[in-house]
Design a protein around this ligand. Sequence first.
Ligand code: ATR
Length: 287
Amino acid sequence: MRIDQGTRVYGLIGYPLDHSLSPFIHNLAFEAMGINAVYLPFPVKPGRLSAVVEGARALGIRGFNVTIPHKETIIPFLDGISPEAEACGSVNTVLIEEDRAVGHNTDGIGFMDSLEQEGVEVPRMAIILGAGGAARAIGHQLALRGTVTVFLNRTPERAEKLACDITRITGQESFGVSWDSDRISDFVQDAELLINTTPVGMYPGIDQRPPFVLKNLNPKSVVADIIYNPPKTRLLREAEALGLKTVSGLGMFVNQGVRSWEMFTGREAPRKLMEDELRGLLLKNET
Ligand code: ATR
């Protein structure tokens, strides 16, 4: 890699950042496309965000991604945010142009891209497990496309609030209930898509799965996970064993990165290369 006065700097802020694979896919794409740029991990502790945004402007950093725990708390330090980021109340990409730092959110659209790539149609009804930031980003995109979404969450109040917010913002009907609510059976047969947005099943807890009974789903429904490590979670393996189509979280992870990378560079990203190399890396780490 060549570093000179023309090298553009991008990066990722979050804390801790030990396991992030964003630098891997972004730098891979810069190299493959012959772009003189570098993407660095910046572990930033809470409380330093004002300095980060001002410092990035001063250093001529063109853009950066934002991850846990800064996705919501960065918003007051930005000069503006996109409608998606506003609806989600969270930012995962910041672009700095002419000294203006503007926040975007590519998580929800990255998930929609992965459904399209897998040939899955926008569902009429979806069940989302979890009611955190990722559930909000995906639920918002689904609602914009006319999907009725039911959020199932360990803390039902959070699911109710999320459903209420989505209905208010998009005008689309949504519901929020607890994991063990009697009302789940009303939705299960009609759901065409189930999405796990909780961390249950993520490495190293790969033997775990969210407490949802897959066998009651309609045989035509699709099961998706947003966990990408491992690329095939226990939930997805069990869904496959029941003959259900599945969508791995690897696609969403790559696609949110692709959308950010394309905003950073204004070029089309080598998506397939990024996905193949990331899958190879994760599978190598598994063995
Ligand atoms: P993200 O931004 O990645 O979506 P988050 O905002 O922390 O992360 O949300 C994680 C979601 O997973 C939440 O809905 C959380 O449930 P609570 O609202 O009850 O906290 C859910 N979650 C996390 N760990 C879980 C577990 N062990 N079992 C069930 N749900 C869990």
